[in-house]
Ligand binder design. Structure first.
Ligand SMILES: Nc1ncnc2c1ncn2[C@@H]1O[C@H](COP(=O)(O)OP(=O)(O)OP(=O)(O)O)[C@@H](O)[C@H]1O
Length: 307
């Protein structure tokens, strides 16, 4: 057994009536920020809930810091700071200071200094009633409490949803500070591409319960390129890496293996007039299109087999 990884999903999956997540295979080393991106309903929250053992996988194994849940659930959970996608139970009319007193009791590594600093930065009034806080203030509170736990792993499910731009900047800054000691790990589900760009070391693309890709962000940015060529090159779609072609006065190619595409163009004697980075949301769009095609093709194949 290895505790090299902060997180290991080994073939982990969960089926609901009309949705199946997985099987997911994913290994996350400590000291990195992983952004999990995917459209609504792709399974991000379910993935995180499996990680927290709120939802139990019906296949495969999940290890956190090398350990599987079981007898050690409390010890493992003490090392995880979790900001769920919706606000947690608003404990019977409690004020923030009462909630914090109760909550901090469960976390031996709770840092009063971190809590003080974060609650000040986020302007959380200790006497305010939790149930009366606005959506954004509840997100500020949930985030601050998760970080004040001093966890080794921070799991953030769309933490910026409802945050104003000012609070959003503070959150990004706090995540960077949290990462500063080099050993801590962050998993963040987000629809905000700017967050991925600014924070992530790795990107996990999720669609329809499947992990489509998991890669170092900088590699993705190097691999994916939009290229413009001056020829109306009908066969461009056949070139290695090309996922999309738009013919026009300049032909526009999108490639997920840009260097291979460029090599093939060079061999065909076609010059590249312009290159541009592909945005992460566009990458996801192309991955989804490819996955849908694959699913349609395998549906056809199964249909043919059953005929
Ligand atoms: N307890 C459950 N019972 C049945 N279906 C469920 C349950 N929990 C989640 N699902 C289904 O799993 C699918 C994935 O939901 P999930 O909340 O994980 O997606 P998501 O990627 O987090 O979406 P969003 O971006 O909208 O937050 C949905 O179709 C949802 O209805």
């Amino acid at each position: 057994m290895s505790d090299t990884y902060a997180i290991q999903f080994n073939g982990a999956g969960k089926s609901f009536d009309s949705f199946r997540l997985g099987p997911i295979d994913l290994r996350v080393e400590p000291g990195v920020v992983v952004a999990v991106v995917g459209p609504n309903g792709s399974g991000k929250t379910t993935l995180f809930q499996m990680l927290l053992n709120i939802v139990q996988p019906d296949e495969g194994v999940i290890r956190i810091f090398g350990e599987a849940y079981g007898q050690r659930e409390v010890e493992i959970k003490r090392r995880i700071g979790y900001v769920p996608d919706s606000s947690y139970a608003e404990e019977a009319g409690w004020r923030i200071d009462e909630l914090v007193r109760f909550y901090s009791h469960w976390y031996p590594a709770w840092s009063p200094e971190t809590w003080r600093s974060l609650s000040e930065r986020f302007e959380l009034d200790p006497k305010a009633k939790v149930s009366l806080l606005s959506k954004g203030m509840k997100r500020r509170l949930a985030f601050s409490m998760a970080v004040a736990q001093s966890p080794d792993l921070l799991v953030l499910d769309e933490p910026s949803s409802g945050l104003d731009p000012f609070a959003w900047r503070i959150m990004l800054d706090e995540i960077r500070q949290f990462m500063a000691d080099g050993e801590r790990t962050v998993l963040i589900a987000t629809h905000t591409i700017e967050e991925v760009r600014r924070l992530a070391d790795y990107v996990a693309f999720l669609y329809d319960g499947k992990l489509l890709d998991y890669r170092v962000k900088d590699t993705l940015i190097d691999d994916w390129k939009t290229l413009w060529i001056e020829a109306a090159f009908e066969e461009a779609a056949e070139l290695p890496g090309v996922v999309d072609v738009e013919l026009g006065p300049l032909t526009r190619l999108t490639s997920d293996r840009a260097s291979e595409t460029e090599r093939a163009l060079e061999e065909a004697g076609i010059a590249v007039a312009k290159r541009q980075q592909v945005e992460l949301d566009e990458m996801l769009h192309h991955m989804i299109v490819a996955e849908k095609r694959k699913q349609a093709a395998s549906g056809r194949t199964e249909g043919e087999l059953h005929r």
